[in-house]
Ligand binder design. Structure first.
Ligand code: ADP
Ligand code: MG
Length: 622
């Protein structure tokens, strides 16, 4: 609720709408206690007094009645009727929509056809017909307005419910034996409620207008009772001679409807969970940069991540996902980055090309140097030209990285053509070559397949082909084999290994699997809580891990044919990155930790390429 209000009031226009609407509502609530004249008492001698005449702040109407008094009482009535109608329509319409969407089949068909019949009439005609049948009067106008809006709610809510009713959590509720009513009330309703509120907030204004319309035509409130519509209707004949009688209620309708609509838009935005973390804005094209300290000097590595700090700023919380990480990779080299889930591997990888979503991501320190150039802080256009061209990515789930509606070959061609001006035909030929390079059989025909027509391994090959498309210098592979089974995983690994040897590309290979690292990587960097805590040549790290964390991680890996060996899980959990402890982040879970580990900065000790960030390492690194 707090975040909802905060989000709502961040939107200036919505806040304005809320304030104005509140003022109007408060005014109408205190109307009975204000020293106003009776709104219905006529005084023919005082007809059509101008505004600001003594005793009549807003003047009088054609029967000499005080306009201010009529305005306030009329607004009170109009608001009450509008809100009641909206509530009525929302309740009945949503109930119908949920029932239709949840039960589906014939129930759905019958209900929705009835709703369609209602919708087939122009709504104002329908409202007129209902009022004609029931007789004029404010109550009947309310019923008419509510009735014509029921189909709108029913349609909207049914659509949402159909989508929800097929989801697993509803099946799960059925499996544990819940009845229909319970499922609807506890599983579906909380999910559709935001939609109902949004639909209501955007229709209340509309319903006030409709009620006013009916009253204007003399079918709503009956004289002498005032509501905004009837005031306008009565003022019609004096529109030219005494315009203030129309302007006063007209302005009020305008103010009410505008403020409700502005507020409604704000509510819609603030209730949308997707906009919450992004705070009502689209992600920037590149991660936001807010570097405080000095930028580390350039070295001569192909790609060097230097003291990189990437954080997520969500509200007042700061999540320090990457905490001064350092990593380099040389041409043709494969560096493995390994660590538990949540240790900051993906965020490090995405920071390289400024791909961390902003908001909430911010790069707050360090540098990423590609051939000496700092990629962080590089003008966007220059960075864009390097993305996918000089540094390319392979992601975990190829089904979510490939576009489902385009053929695999076309997507590959697009990857090439976005960096090189070549013809479609050439691009297609290149795509076929790339399919062959990643060992896809029948490349000629496979190129016209859609992603869903391919197996997981095949799709990942397409993903690799896309990364290779522009012959990048560096490929960053973020758990590319995690979604695949072991045989396909082995094929993909040997493919990556062949490709890097053939083409001399550097690979940063992110994984949580030591088996995979051992097979492919020359060097390993172990990551924990956003920092590199140990690095060294693969065989050194695997045979003599120095950091207690690395040792524990390796002990978790089962080995085939090694008899019965205790697999030691690491007790505890990685620290929450918004509350990182002082000193060594692993100290909490470490059996070698002493008091000194829990304060001060633990520096990386050792000589390149072997180093460890630990005061009491398992092995001394020279
Ligand atoms: P992994 O090593 O599994 O790839 P990530 O790099 O994805 O881990 O995440 C590192 C840390 O950053 C995690 O603790 C995660 O909770 C945090 N994080 C990632 N994205 C966000 C976000 N949008 N808002 C807040 N925290 C995030
Ligand atoms: Mg990850």
């Amino acid at each position: 609720m707090r975040t909802f209000l905060a989000l709502l009031f961040r939107n200036r226009l919505a806040a304005l709408g809320a304030v104005v609407l509140c003022l109007v509502v408060v005014l109408t609530l205190i109307t009975p206690f204000l020293p106003l004249q009776d709104p219905d008492v006529t005084a023919t001698a005082d007809r059509f007094k101008r505004p600001f005449t003594p005793g009549h702040l807003l003047g009088t109407d054609h029967l000499g009645r005080d306009l201010l008094s009529r305005l306030l009482w009329g607004t009170r009535l109009s608001l009450a009727v509008g809100f009641t109608a909206a509530l009525l329509a929302a309740t009945i319409g949503s109930a119908i929509g949920i029932a239709a969407g949840y039960f589906g089949g014939r129930t759905d068909n019958i209900i929705m056809r009835l709703v369609d019949m209602l919708m087939a009439f122009p709504y104002i005609l329908l409202a007129l017909a209902i009022v004609a049948a029931l007789g004029p009067g404010l109550m009947n106008a309310l019923i008419a307005v509510a009735a014509v809006n029921i189909p709108f709610f029913a349609r909207n809510i049914r659509g949402v419910t159909v989508g929800l009713a097929g989801q697993e959590f509803v099946d799960a509720a059925r499996l544990c034996g819940m009845g229909h009513t319970r499922i609807i009330l506890t599983e579906l309703l909380p999910n559709v409620l935001p939609v109902i509120i949004i639909a209501m907030s955007t229709t209340v204004g509309w319903m006030i207008l409709e009620t006013a319309g009916l009253s204007f035509l003399g079918l709503g409130s009956q004289p002498p009772q005032a509501d905004l519509g009837s005031m306008l209707g009565e003022a019609r004949s004096a529109l030219i001679t005494s315009p203030h009688t129309s302007i006063v209620p007209g302005l009020m309708i305008f103010v009410i409807v505008m403020s409700i609509n502005l507020l409604g838009d704000g509510v819609r935005d603030a209730l949308d969970p997707r906009l919450r973390s992004g705070a009502l804005s689209r992600p920037l094209a590149a991660t936001r940069i807010d570097r405080k300290g000095a930028v580390p000097p350039a070295g001569d590595d192909l790609l060097a991540i230097q003291d990189l700090e990437t954080q997520f700023h969500v509200g007042r919380r700061v999540y320090r996902a990457v905490n001064r990480a350092n990593l380099t990779v040389a041409p043709g080299e494969c560096v493995g980055v390994i660590g538990e889930s949540g240790s900051g591997k993906s965020v490090t990888a995405l920071s390289v090309m400024g791909l961390v979503a902003s908001p909430p991501g911010v790069i707050t320190g360090g540098a990423v140097r590609f051939k000496g150039d700092d990629l962080i802080g590089m003008p966007y256009e220059k960075l864009r030209r390097k993305r996918g061209d000089r540094v390319a990515y392979i992601f975990q789930d190829p089904l979510s990285t490939l576009h489902p509606l385009y053929r695999a070959g076309d997507q590959l061609a697009e990857a090439i053509r976005s960096h090189h001006a070549i013809s479609r035909k050439e691009a297609r030929a290149r795509a076929i070559d790339l399919f062959r390079a990643v060992r896809i059989p029948n490349a000629q025909s496979r190129i016209d397949n859609y992603p869903h027509e391919m197996s997981g391994g095949m799709r990942q090959r397409v993903g690799i082909a896309m990364a290779l498309a522009n012959e990048p210098d560096v490929i960053i592979a973020d758990e590319p084999t995690t979604a695949l089974d072991v045989t396909v995983q082995a094929q993909i690994l040997s493919l990556l290994d062949d490709l890097r040897r053939e083409r001399g590309m550097a690979i940063i290979f992110i994984t949580h699997d030591f088996g995979v690292v051992g097979q492919l990587c020359d060097r390993i960097a172990v990551m924990y809580a956003g920092r590199i805590i140990e690095e060294g040549p693969t065989k050194d790290v695997l045979s003599a891990p120095a950091h207690p964390y690395t040792k524990r991680l390796i002990a978790c890996v089962p080995e085939l044919g090694q008899g019965r060996r205790e697999l030691a899980a690491i007790p505890g959990l990685p620290p929450a990155v918004d509350r990182l402890p002082e000193g060594c982040a692993f100290a909490e879970r470490c059996d070698r930790a002493r008091d000194v580990c829990r304060s001060g900065e633990v520096v990386l000790s050792g000589t390149a390429p072997r180093a460890v960030r630990c005061l009491f390492p398992e092995e001394v690194v020279a």
